[in-house]
Unconditional design. Structure first.
Length: 157
């Protein structure tokens, strides 16, 4: 299996827009259309497609927000696996690849994300990668989780 993370561009944007989560998850994450609109408004966000071999299976959006603290924060702001590909372990595979990418791209020692408390499946996945709640909430009242990077490649050990 060849995993790749590719920028959203002219050649894949229509396929990205077709990605969606299951009905029960829809209230936990914005649509890819909403995400791309947000990325156009705030150029800090970097939207990417998540591929297994040549098949688009998911979407993520991340960025480095320098104004948040003295050192700034790297945020994995959106992460979804299309409903057709859920239940096959892609969430674990892609989250691992994204963590590695963020560590390599930003040389960060922490990665932040936010999650609704009701999104139990996502919380279990994030905890598997040693994300933990830090006591903060974002503007939408989602709980903030942080992963401390303890090794150079950020991989789950």
């Amino acid at each position: 299996m060849n995993i790749s993370i590719r920028d959203v561009a002219q050649d894949n944007v229509q396929d990205i827009l077709k990605l969606s989560v299951g009905e029960l998850q829809a209230s936990f994450i914005e649509t890819t259309e909403q995400c791309l609109a947000e990325a156009r408004e705030c150029t800090i966000y970097k939207p990417v497609g998540l591929y297994s071999d040549e098949c688009l299976i998911g979407f993520a959006m991340y960025g480095f927000f320098s104004e948040e603290t003295d050192n700034g924060r790297v945020w994995l702001d959106r992460f979804l696996i299309d409903s057709r590909y859920q239940g096959f372990g892609y969430g674990t595979i892609m989250l691992n690849a994204l963590i590695q990418k963020l560590v390599n791209e930003f040389s960060c020692t922490q990665i932040y994300l936010s999650v609704y408390e009701e999104n139990k499946a996502a919380i279990l996945l994030y905890k598997k990668f040693e994300f933990h709640f830090n006591g903060e909430f974002d503007l939408k009242n989602e709980r903030i989780m942080v992963k401390n990077i303890t090794n150079l490649n950020g991989q789950l050990e």
